[in-house]
Design a binder for this molecule. Structure first.
Ligand code: NAI
Length: 476
């Protein structure tokens, strides 16, 4: 039986990064992936959607034009766009494979089942069974440590009769070869809003049906409302507080039946109501891995489970389901296995939502439990007051920053506007170093750039933004 220092289960951004990092740390590593390397992020999530997003954005500027340009005629072929998306995906997936090979990581293509846990005290390695995809044969490998990084899949509800043809999930929508005439999107969360924005630009008639009273309900309220306004101004129909009773194939594609008795027909129905964990078939219960109340794998600050030597990372553990959080988790597990005691810290964890313009957030936002006992100030700066934004004809949007009253530390930021995720990256770096209002102010920002919005929003939290009129400051 082959013996490894580490066996990583799952080849997504948590797993493959953990494998690459562990190899850099001098470990003998195996990685088991049942599908394609790169996981949801590269194959069915972040990357393919961003190809469609950037094409939709380009189309939007062709349609609406920019000052001084009159575009009389343009054409596009959606199938070519999908082919380009596939090219990007296969380049990146191939790149991951090459990196793993170059670092001598053994890649197994198949399904993993943990037969026994490692016993650190007696130095007994774990045994993992792999049912290989190519010939269905079963092999066993041994590993001193296991990193579970099996991710998540779209949530399904039996009454929604997902047939993967007319009633689809985010997995299938990325591969449809033509733009549907109309699409009903169930769930106005991150995935629902991103696809609503994309398909609306490609001229589908889009309706979103959301159970809760607002879209993007976990985001800052102002951001949620602003996004609602932008999406409806583009003629996307949004219905909130709506209960879907049943979805079935029929009519021109599928019919969504609401609890009120109303039926909505569409060529495609996208179900984007959250994601389920891929932990069911690993044998976790049999070896005694503890789960939390949400069914996620319980881990400590080192991403180690209750069983010494078994680690878990990414969507299967606590925290938001984000690719970069998963990769961070992978590095934390890998470093701890290598003997460096590093504790994870999500206090400066950023995330982005790619509607047009995009949303970016990091750290705490108004309404969060973490702010209950904190005295904080809010600063704001608008894109309309930034020279570069006007030059780019991107005057829609704003950045909002929270600073702690007592220390001046930046504790969170959220905003919507052109390149907002990049602006939030700067704030993330400041927060990583526990930076304050002064740090943002005295960091020199190149002019003209959108990044100048950052110090202005931060300074506005104390009423001192340079390019903003604040009547409170100059009362006679
Ligand atoms: P989500 O949790 O963001 O949104 C699901 C929405 O569906 C919620 O608003 C919920 O209230 C609604 N819903 C639930 N049941 C419903 C029902 N029966 N009828 C109508 N509405 C219903 O989940 P989503 O959008 O599926 O995304 C999954 C995960 O993927 C998220 O955790 C997100 O963080 C991640 N993701 C991240 C992206 C990014 O970083 N840009 C992009 C896409 C996804």
């Amino acid at each position: 039986m082959d013996n490894f220092d580490i066996c990583v289960i799952g080849g997504g951004p948590a797993g493959y990064v953990a494998a690459l990092k562990s190899a850099l740390n001098g470990m003998k590593v195996a990685i088991i992936e049942k599908d394609k390397l790169g996981g949801t992020c590269l194959n069915r999530g972040c990357i393919p959607t961003k190809v469609l997003y950037s094409k939709a954005k380009f189309l939007s500027s062709l349609k609406s034009g920019v000052s001084g340009f009159h575009i009389n005629k343009y054409n596009y072929n959606y199938e070519d766009i999908i082919n380009y998306k596939d090219e990007v995906v296969s380049t990146l997936v191939g790149g991951v494979g090459k990196l793993l090979k170059a670092r001598n990581v053994n890649v197994f293509n198949g399904n993993a089942f943990i037969i026994s846990a490692p016993v650190k005290k007696n130095n007994i390695a774990a045994v993992i069974k792999i049912k290989e995809n190519n010939d269905n044969s079963e092999i066993e490998i041994a590993a001193s440590n296991i990193i579970i990084a099996t991710g998540s899949s779209p949530a399904m509800i039996p009454a929604f009769h997902i047939d993967h043809a007319h009633i689809i999930t985010s997995d299938e929508i990325l591969n449809i070869k033509s733009v549907p005439e109309d699409i009903a999107i169930i769930g106005a969360g991150v995935i629902g809003c991103e696809f609503a924005n994309i398909f609306n630009e490609f001229n589908s008639k889009v309706i979103m049906l959301e159970l809760l009273p607002s879209i993007l309900s976990t985001e800052d309220k102002e951001i949620s409302k602003f996004t609602h306004k932008i999406l409806t101004s583009k003629n996307i129909e949004i219905r909130t507080s709506v209960e879907v009773a049943d979805i079935s194939a029929g009519g021109r594609g599928a019919v969504v039946s609401l609890k009120t008795g109303e039926n909505i027909e569409a060529e495609k129905v996208l179900v984007s109501i959250g994601r389920n964990l891929n932990t069911g078939s690993l044998g976790l219960k049999e070896i005694g891995v503890e789960l939390d109340v949400k069914g996620k794998i319980k881990t400590d600050a080192h991403n180690e489970t209750n069983i010494p030597g078994i680690y878990a990372c990414g969507d299967v553990i606590d925290g938001p389901m984000l690719a970069h959080k998963a990769s961070y988790d992978g590095v934390i597990a890998s470093e701890n296995i290598a003997g460096r005691k590093i504790e994870k810290n999500y206090s400066a964890l950023p995330w982005s939502i790619y509607v047009s313009p995009p949303i970016g957030t990091v750290g705490l936002k108004e309404g969060d439990k973490g702010l209950e006992n904190v005295k904080y100030r809010v600063g704001r700066f608008s894109y309309a007051a930034n020279g570069m934004a006007l030059a780019m004809e991107e005057k829609e949007g704003f950045l909002k920053v929270l600073t702690e009253e007592e220390t001046g530390r930046i504790i969170g930021a959220t905003g919507i506007g052109a390149d907002m995720p990049e602006l939030v990256a700067e704030i993330t770096a400041i927060m990583h170093f526990n930076g304050t209002i002064n740090d943002a102010e005295f960091t020199i920002h190149s002019h003209p750039t959108l990044s100048e919005i950052v110090p202005e929003a931060v300074l506005d939290s104390i009423g001192e933004a340079i390019h903003k009129y604040n009547p409170r400051m100059f009362k006679k």
